[in-house]
Design a protein around this ligand. Structure first.
Ligand SMILES: Nc1ncnc2c1ncn2[C@@H]1O[C@H](COP(=O)(O)OP(=O)(O)O)[C@@H](O)[C@H]1O
Ligand SMILES: [Mg+2]
Length: 286
């Protein structure tokens, strides 16, 4: 019998809505799955056939520690998705790489720790967020008149040791929402709509993640094509799980994020998705 650790975090232990459907689907498939916190020092990881990253959502505040843990786990058992993908995907500068490979990503300006915090173009309305981020933490939306507050936010992130990215605000998200496409073992599984998350004038969330409005969605042709193109541009084989997050724009969908580490998979929105996922996991480990 396969023994799988479903890695969450102490801070997220009861918050992962995919956990119960995943545990149930594993039980159904005869896989011995256990929910374990990555930051629980008492766990011996080598007793699992694989450690599946699921809701390690606080890694953004502890990236060095998290990557060291991933490295250690990788020497003891199989980490999914694998270490090289985790390293590559935990810093959103990967968007620049995908953009250079021809993927239509949202226009992004990066500010390193040594860059001036005001060294970004004059957008009418824009988003400023950390390059290592999840759950909308540290993300804020500004209008051109609020540039001073935006520069202060950039400087505050830099002072915390966080690099910064600035993007135009793609306002169609306010009505159309964001589309996330879930791929298991390289094949499209299902998609969801996520409501807009950054009301004008609001502070960054203080929670582990900002509350989200999720519903099932049928992706459009252009969205499916962009998701496929994104996965084809990866410097890796297609992973066991991937979530491609897109925002609408006047010129068609744009890549917001590609999530290969600990994306919510929204099993509850798609009957059979958890079973499909566990079948793909079983095949990968055979
Ligand atoms: N350029 C943008 N235009 C419009 N909304 C954005 C933009 N960037 C981020 N957002 C909003 O902020 C949320 C969080 O940003 P995202 O880049 O997905 O980071 P995280 O890794 O925290 O999920 C998105 O789901 C979206 O609602
Ligand atoms: Mg996101």
């Amino acid at each position: 019998m396969l023994r799988i650790a479903l890695a969450t975090a102490v801070a997220a232990f009861t918050l992962d809505e995919d956990m119960d459907p995943l545990l149930a689907a594993c039980a159904q498939a005869g896989v011995a799955a256990q929910r374990v916190a990555w930051d629980d020092p008492t766990v011996s990881w080598q007793r699992f056939d694989a450690v599946l990253l699921r809701s390690t959502w606080d890694y953004t505040d502890r990236l060095t520690e998290f990557l060291a843990w991933c490295e250690r786990v990788s020497t003891q058992t199989q980490l999914i998705n694998p270490l090289a993908m985790v390293r590559w995907n935990t810093d959103k500068r990967y968007l620049g790489e995908l953009g250079r490979a021809g993927v239509p990503v949202i226009e992004t300006c990066y500010l390193g720790l040594a860059d001036a915090p005001d060294d970004f173009p004059a957008f009418d309305e824009f988003v400023l967020k950390p390059t290592v981020g999840a759950g909308s933490r540290g993300a804020r939306r500004f209008v051109a008149d609020e540039r001073e507050a935006a520069v202060a936010h950039a400087a505050a992130l830099q002072a915390q040791g966080r690099e910064v990215m600035v993007q135009p605000y793609l306002a169609q998200v306010d009505s159309a929402g964001e589309t996330a496409l879930l791929y298991f073992a390289g094949a499209f599984s299902h998609a969801i709509r996520k409501g807009p998350l950054l009301p004008r004038g609001s502070e960054a969330t203080r929670a582990l993640f900002a509350p989200e409005q999720i519903s099932a969605r049928q992706p459009g042709e252009a969205e499916l094509a962009l998701a496929e193109r994104t996965l084809d541009a990866l410097p890796f084989d297609r992973p066991l799980y991937a979530r491609v997050d897109l925002l609408p724009s006047a010129d068609g969908p744009r890549l917001l994020e590609l999530e290969l580490v600990e994306p919510s998979l929204f099993f509850d929105t798609a009957p059979g998705a958890a079973q499909r996922f566990v079948a793909a996991l079983g095949d990968a480990l055979r």
